[in-house]
Structures are given as C-alpha cells and as structure tokens.
Design a protein around this ligand. Structure first.
Ligand code: GDD
Ligand code: MN
Length: 367
C-alpha cells in the first residue's frame, strides 16, 4: 500500500491559463501511466482563468495529482525547475498542459531510463526520424524555430536534434548536478540543461508528433525569442551575466539609438538648438527604455494600469541618479587616469549597474 503511494515518476506540468485542458490532461496521463507509481505536479503561476482552482478540484478526485501554486512569479523555466525540485521521485518528466505533447510516449521514456542506468535524459523530439512538428506550428513559427534551433545547437555545442523541446524526462541525480546553473527566466529549460551538462550526459531522443493546440492559446511570443537570445549570451558568458541583466543592456543599447535619432530629428525638423534637442532625446529614450524593460526585462513583474505610470516616474528618478553616478565616476577616473575613452566607459558601466540595481529594487521590486 505505502509502496504504491511513493511516486517512481513525477510528471511536471507547467500551466498558465490552461483551465479547459486540466481534466483532459489528467485523463490522458492516467490512461498512459496506468500501472506505474506516478504523480503529476501542476505548477501554476496564479493564472487569471482559475487554472489552480481547477487543479485543486481534480486533485480531490485523483490522488496522483498535486498542485504547486506560485504567486507573484511568472515564467516557464522557473516553473519547471520548482516542479522538479518539489518531487521526491528518482525520475521526473516535463510535459506541456495543452495536450500538444504526446503523453503516450511517457512510458517508453520511463522504460528507457529504467533499462539503461547510464542514460540521463530522454527527449521527446520532433526532429528525429518519424517525429514531426505536425500541424502544431505555423509556417512562420516553424521557420523561426528551425533557425533558433540551428543557432543554439552551434553556439551551445548541443548534439541533440530538438533542444527546444518542452517535453523530456530526466534522472533526478543528473538534474541536481546542473540545477544551480540553470536560468530561471525564459522558456527553454531543456536547451539550458543540455548546455549546462556540457556533453557529459547520455541522451536519447524519441520521436513524436507535435499536436495542434485545442483549447487556450500559446504564450510563446516575440519576447520569448529575445529572452532566448539572452539565454544564449548568458551561456556564452559562462553564466557570468544573468539573462535579466543582458536584456537590460540590450534595451539600454536600443535607448542610445533612440536618443541619437530623436536628437537628430528634433534638430532637423523643429530647427531646435542642440541644447533643447538633447534633453528631449534623453527623455524619449528613458521612456522607450522603460516601456521595453517593462515588457521584456521585467516581464514577469510587468506593471500595468496606474502602477505603469508610477513606475515610469520612479524610472526617470532612477535614471537621473544614474546619470549623476555616471558623470561622478567618469570624473574621478579621469582625475587619476586622463584617458577620456576609459573614463567615459567607466562612467557608462557605473550608470548601467546603478540603473539596473536601483530599478530592480525601486521600480520593479517584487511584491
Ligand atoms: N507556470 C507557467 N508559467 N507555465 C507556463 C508559463 C508561465 O509563465 N508560460 C507558459 N506556460 C505553460 C503553458 O500553460 C503550457 O502548458 C506550456 O507552458 C507551454 O506553453 P505554450 O504557450 O503552449 O508553448 P508553445 O506550445 O507555444 O511551445 C511549447 O512547445 C514547444 C515545442 O515542444 C513549449 O513547450 C516550447 O518550449 C517548445 O519549444
Ligand atoms: Mn503549446
């Protein structure tokens, strides 16, 4: 009796607005995993559609179902990591809640890991022979997905063919080896794990056909693509720079371009003197930086409604102090080492660090 209650396999199911998919998903898991000691952990980020309530209701009927309810947090990778960490099973899987992944593959993935103790990871793959993206992806997404795939495999030195898959099963001991290295922000936990394992793991890919989504909608948008670029850079810098700081820097660079363009435009169109055009350019750049950081860098803490405008004002204040820090540091460096390029770069680095840190604890503080 007790034996049957201890899970040998935990299936982690990340959810965001998937209420209508919960029951069908649990039915399919129950059918596919019949005879195994399994459990499913739904990790929900407090979905506004009431997914967590639905999971709780189902969990009172099906003992294998658990809910891990996160509040004030968003993000697929982080949700998967927490779900895995919440499990005591020696083998864990991650599968999407929207029925797009083929759950009938789970028993075969499990048997493969049981049969070969050298094997650390099994990937449900769309790119090996017989696997296919089916009708699950639009032509544009398929193209983008293929490009990102090729880039990731080259840059991160990954040999698996479908590192973007959100469908995999891993040995818990192997996961524990890399968990401290993983980025919690972003969508692509498998690519990150493969990169962190640095080719040490024996990996098996099993083909399946990616199904079309029936209920609800995809959360993968252009921000996910940019986040993924952040992940690549984070990996290439050996994890020195977290994804968030990389995104912040990318936004900052876009701000430089915006500022130059606005100054140029204002001088040309309004025939304004530089002394007027420059502060105007700075103001516009701070504003676009704020909007982009809110949509991208701090997507998981996005400010909306009135909070959006309060945040904008606090961001102006943060940036103003950042500018003072920038000039102060540049002056001090120049006094010791009169090289204007070096002094100016030192000022910019200081300004960027200040803006990042201060906007983190003031503008986008965790609530
Ligand atoms: N907890 C939580 N928090 N879950 C999330 C979040 C989040 O912020 N964002 C998405 N999810 C859940 C969704 O509810 C779904 O169960 C799963 O993660 C995948 O999200 P989708 O929005 O359906 O992604 P997709 O279908 O476009 O892409 C999926 O399939 C691809 C192919 O395997 C993802 O798994 C991709 O990573 C994968 O490349
Ligand atoms: Mn999906």
């Amino acid at each position: 009796m007790t034996q049957a209650l201890i899970p040998a396999l935990t299936v982690v199911v990340p959810t965001y607005n998937e209420r209508a998919n919960i029951r069908p998903m649990v039915e399919r898991l129950s059918a596919a995993l019949d005879g195994l000691a399994w459990e499913a952990v739904f990790v929900d980020d407090d979905s506004p559609d009431g997914t967590a309530r639905e999971v709780r209701a189902v969990a009172r009927e099906v003992p294998q179902v658990r809910l891990h309810h996160r509040i004030g947090r968003r993000g697929l990778a982080g949700a998967c990591i927490e779900g895995i960490l919440s499990s005591v099973a020696p083998i864990v899987a991650v599968i999407d809640a929207d029925l797009q992944h083929d759950e009938t593959l789970l028993p075969r993935m499990y048997q493969a890991l049981r049969a070969d103790s050298e094997l650390q990871l099994v990937i449900g793959s769309r790119n090996v022979e017989d696997g296919s993206a089916g009708g699950g992806l639009s032509a544009v997404r398929k193209w983008g997905s293929d490009r990102a795939n090729a880039l990731a495999r080259r840059l991160l030195k990954i040999s698996a063919t479908d590192p973007m898959s959100g469908f995999f099963m891993v040995r818990r001991t192997a996961f524990n080896e890399v968990v401290l290295d993983l980025q919690k922000q972003g969508f692509k936990i498998l690519a990150d794990m493969l990169s962190a394992s640095a080719g040490r793991w024996k990996v098996l890919e099993l083909p399946y056909t990616f199904r079309e989504r029936q209920a609800g909608e995809s959360k993968l948008d252009s921000a996910v693509t940019i986040e993924f670029l952040g992940l690549l850079i984070a990996r290439l810098t050996g994890g020195l720079l977290p994804i968030r700081f990389i995104l912040f820097l990318m936004v900052g660079l876009s701000g430089v371009v915006v500022q130059l363009a606005v100054v140029r435009l204002v001088m040309a169109l309004a025939a304004a003197p530089f002394g007027v055009a420059q502060p105007f350019g700075v103001l516009v750049a701070m504003t676009t930086n704020y909007v982009l950081n809110n949509a991208l860098t701090w997507r998981d803490r996005q400010l909306r409604g009135m909070a959006f405008f309060r945040g904008l004002l606090s961001f102006y204040a943060v940036c103003a102090l950042g500018a003072i820090a920038n000039v102060g540091i540049a002056d001090s460096v120049y006094a010791v080492l009169p090289n204007w390029v070096l002094a100016s770069i030192a000022g910019a680095v200081m300004g960027a660090l200040w803006n990042f840190w201060a906007s983190l604890i003031v503008t986008w503080r965790a609530r």
